[in-house]
Write a protein that binds this ligand. Structure first.
Ligand SMILES: Cc1cc2nc3c(=O)[nH]c(=O)nc-3n(C[C@H](O)[C@H](O)[C@H](O)COP(=O)(O)O)c2cc1C
Length: 241
């Protein structure tokens, strides 16, 4: 049982990395072997649109054809039993590194196929439970927000996904060294002392839960939900052939 956490913050020991570590602690306590990978350590690009993974000849590949420093991580992820992706919020979205990583992770598993029942299959035939961990300055997000797209796509690709949001994080060790009167230094110190340990505990629980989900998947108890296109879209696609 191997659980991988991918930290998409450029900082290796701040909020996002710490919550990734906490999730891995929970996974380890539940019996998993764990590994934390920092995207910041690697030079890589997003999807290069080479389409080799969708070509007739190389369709069976589940790992991005493009070779760079991300390749080993992509191989590890599709061989893992659960994947955790941590990201700070940058201008409302996951970081550029996380987006680039997810493009390369998901596109070789995804297909442009549709079967007779209007189901869009993916290439991965097993469930790999996944989770996103987000950290941010914001004190909350609307219930329907753009980040749920990541969860939806991960669920479609890997069969299970959930998200944890850690709000109002402490961003600097010493706020007096920065021009940032948007934030109260004492408030942030209190958040770090009182709320962050709660976030860590929730992430430990998340890690343990993913291990259980992975066991359920291996026992055939957790099955992937198929993505079925609506009859209108199926009809429209048929009309285009
Ligand atoms: C370039 C940049 C953009 C950011 N944009 C947002 C944002 O849109 N919303 C938000 O709530 N926080 C934003 N933040 C704050 C970070 O998301 C927050 O401090 C996060 O916890 C940092 O994670 P880290 O400690 O793991 O680096 C931004 C930070 C940076 C550096």
């Amino acid at each position: 049982m191997k659980v991988i956490a991918v930290n998409g913050s450029p900082r290796r020991n701040w909020n996002t990395a710490k919550l990734c570590r906490a999730a891995l602690e929970g996974a380890a306590a539940a019996g998993a072997e764990t590994e934390l990978i920092h995207l910041e350590a690697m030079k890589f690009k997003g999807c290069m649109s080479c389409y080799r993974c969708h070509s007739v000849r190389e369709y069976d590949t589940q790992v991005c054809y493009w070779q760079d420093e991300l390749t080993e991580t992509l191989k590890k992820c599709v061989a893992a039993d659960a994947i955790i992706i941590g990201s700070p919020l940058y201008y409302g979205f996951a970081t550029g590194d996380v987006r680039a990583f997810m493009e390369r992770l998901m596109f070789p598993i995804d297909t442009y196929e549709i079967n007779e029942e209007g189901v869009r299959p993916v290439k991965l035939d097993r469930v790999i439970p996944t989770a996103m961990i987000y950290t941010m300055n914001a004190g909350g997000l609307p219930e329907k927000n753009q980040l749920s797209m990541n969860e939806n796509e991960l669920r479609r690709m890997f069969g299970y996904s959930e998200s944890h949001y850690a709000f109002d994080t402490c961003q600097f060790a010493d706020y007096s060294k920065y021009r940032a009167n948007l934030f109260g230094a004492e408030h942030k110190a209190r958040r770090l002392e009182e709320q962050f340990p709660i976030e860590q505990e929730r992430c430990r629980e998340l890690g343990a839960r993913l291990v259980q989900k992975a066991r359920d998947a291996q026992a055939g108890l957790l099955k992937r939900e198929e993505t079925r296109l609506s009859p209108e879209i199926v009809e429209m696609l048929r009309g285009q052939k």
